[in-house]
Design a protein around this ligand. Structure first.
Ligand code: ATP
Ligand code: MG
Length: 573
């Protein structure tokens, strides 16, 4: 492609809302144009990269016997009423009406439509399993669209859905899809991890997320290299934390702790370690009040709490509710003497504590010498701990430690079980001729988000450094002095030869200054660069380099194409 004919306009102007590198670079490299909040046009240079990823996705999914189809973006409300999600989905669902005032939505996901298709076509266990995918535009009215393609409202997703006669078959397909996902992200040249994930409101029993490691990621992940455990922090569990040795019980003592509410202050004031303070937090779960007792220096994982209590809304209680639960202002709650209506749940991190410190449920007072059993007994012991780096791995027999890092969730796979098939009567007849709901799996992968994540992982201060598999073009060929006939003649010849050999080449034939061309070259970040300049051409040479290290080599004009092809091969893996 000749740049002079191509639609690629780089810019220095970056909007103030472009907080992350991939967003800034995609704007500067002329890849995307904002149309409205979270809604972008993919300009040609971006589209090529998106299509490269789509190609990799198609190739790997087809290996897993996953078959492509395409479903409509606009979906009738009836299907969503059948699954119950018309009511449940909330404001992310863009609801629209047609001219007859009939309700529709713009699909944020396609479980309902695919289940409707399959329930009409598939009757017998003999037709199962089936695994279908599409690459298509979704709309989610995200509360905070941001980071360019990373969290858009309209975005491209690959979504796949599988249907099975039993859970064992679902397990096999789930594993095959997990393997395909691994191959996809590897083929993109990305540093990624697959982690145990919370399956959230979509329902189902098991789920894994694929995270591209990046400091700007919105997700927090813990991983233990030694034991191989990896999980989203929302879901992560840990091994037992070491606790102070048990002491002989001391009497329970109420001590004055004026205006001392934060754990750190209480610990300092009383001269004890934060680990010996039991922190008690009052939560409102739907209508009910729950007290959570946890080690003073640790945080509650509200996702775990929400799943545990099966609540729709789980929030820290208001000041008024805290008074109702504890009889005291915020900051003095403790497990001893809570109101009858409050359920006390304690985290295992405080189970082994003796003579601990806790709030006295009274303004400006704490207890010392508190002991479980004698002074307080939780109704439940449950893991509600937010894991963090440095915690022991939960894998038994391993002494490994969790490390914590940030990641961008690029893919998410779920075992749905029969949630949708039961709600929507998607049944099959088994060998005995009895009807059963199909077991289902669903498998999502963000196309735009993955390309953005690839940039987030591959850039420097001058621009993008495309990994070869996702690069819009493999080679940038620059005619450095476009007014020099010999330069133009050689550049044109190289352009033709490269194209003849099937190399994807962008040819910078623009009438610009060398400085501008080099700046643009670094910004758009194509992996291999070939520079035809008047000076080196006098010695019959052109300059080639990789964007990754920018080390320049002079090669004979006659060898240039061969060398470029070698480099493309080398960069492809
Ligand atoms: P998130 O937690 O980031 O909102 P999600 O759990 O809602 O993601 P899924 O419903 O599992 O995401 O969607 C599958 C994939 O689609 C995600 O892994 C992600 O790559 C992509 N995706 C989801 N929401 C967006 C969005 N707003 N913009 C771009 N890609 C998205
Ligand atoms: Mg979401």
């Amino acid at each position: 492609m000749r740049w002079s004919r191509y639609y690629l306009f780089t810019t220095r102007e970056v909007p103030a809302d472009a907080e992350v590198v991939s967003h800034r670079l995609m704007i500067r490299a002329g890849m995307i144009k904002k149309v409205a909040a979270g809604i972008y046009s993919y300009l040609p240079f971006a589209l090529r990269s998106l299509q490269k990823l789509e190609g990799i996705v198609r190739k790997e999914l087809e290996k897993a016997d996953c078959v492509e189809l395409s479903m409509p973006a606009v979906q009738p409300a009836e299907l969503w009423r059948e699954s119950g999600r018309w009511e449940q989905y909330g404001k992310e669902l863009l609801r629209i009406q047609d001219r007859h005032d009939r309700d529709f939505c713009f699909g944020p996901t396609h479980e309902e439509v695919i289940t409707d298709i399959v329930r009409h076509d598939v009757r017998s266990y003999r037709q199962l399993p089936l695994n279908l995918f599409q690459i298509q535009t979704k709309f989610r009215d995200e509360i905070r669209p941001r980071f360019g393609l990373m969290r858009g409202r309209e975005f491209l997703m690959k979504d796949a859905y599988s249907f099975h006669a039993d859970e064992a078959c679902l397990d096999r397909t789930y594993r095959a899809m997990a393997d395909a996902y691994g191959r996809i992200f590897q083929a993109c040249g990305l540093d990624y991890v697959s982690v145990d994930a919370d399956s959230g409101t979509i329902g189902g029993s098991s789920s894994h997320e694929y995270m591209v490691v990046a400091s700007t990621g919105e997700s927090v992940v813990v991983r233990c290299q030694e034991s191989g455990y990896a999980a989203n922090v929302e879901k992560a569990i840990i091994g037992p934390l070491p606790t102070a040795p048990a002491e002989d019980p001391q009497p329970l003592l109420e001590v004055a702790t004026p205006k001392t509410t934060a754990v750190a202050e209480v610990a300092e004031f009383l001269g004890v370690a934060e680990e010996k303070v039991v922190k008690t937090l009052i939560y409102e779960v739907d209508e009910a009040l729950v007290a959570i007792a946890i080690r003073g220096d640790r945080e509650v994982n509200e996702v775990k709490l929400k799943n545990l209590l099966d609540g729709d809304v789980v929030v820290l209680a208001s000041e008024e509710k805290v008074r109702q639960a504890t009889g005291s202002p915020v900051g003095f709650a403790g497990p001893i003497g809570l109101s009858e209506e409050v359920r006390l749940i304690a985290d295992p991190t405080v189970r082994g504590l003796t003579n601990f410190v806790c709030g006295a449920n009274k303004a400006d007072a704490h207890f010392t010498g508190a002991n479980w059993g004698r002074d307080a007994s939780p109704q439940q012991w449950e893991d509600v701990l937010l894991a963090q780096g440095g915690d022991p791995t939960p894998v038994e027999g391993s002494t490994g430690v969790l490390e914590q890092f940030r990641g961008i969730e690029v893919g998410h796979i779920f075992k749905l079980g029969t949630k949708y098939s039961e709600a929507m009567n998607c049944n099959f007849l088994n060998e005995e001729g009895k009807g059963h709901p199909m077991a289902m799996g669903c498998y999502g992968l963000g196309i735009g988000r993955t390309v953005a994540a690839a940039i987030e992982q591959n850039f420097d201060e001058d621009g993008i450094i495309w990994p070869m598999p996702l690069a819009p073009f493999q080679v940038l060929l620059i005619a450095l002095n476009p007014k020099d006939d010999e330069v133009v003649r050689q550049a044109e010849a190289l352009y033709d030869q490269l194209r003849e050999r099937g190399v994807e080449v962008l040819y910078d034939d623009r009438k610009g200054r060398p400085g501008v061309k080099f700046k643009d070259a670094d910004l758009i970040g194509l992996p291999v660069r070939v520079v035809v300049g008047a000076k080196s051409l006098q010695e019959g040479k052109v300059e080639i380099s990789l964007r990754r290290d920018r080390e320049r080599q002079l090669v004979d004009v006659a060898d240039a194409v061969g060398r470029v092809q070698e480099w493309i091969e080398g960069e492809a893996t």
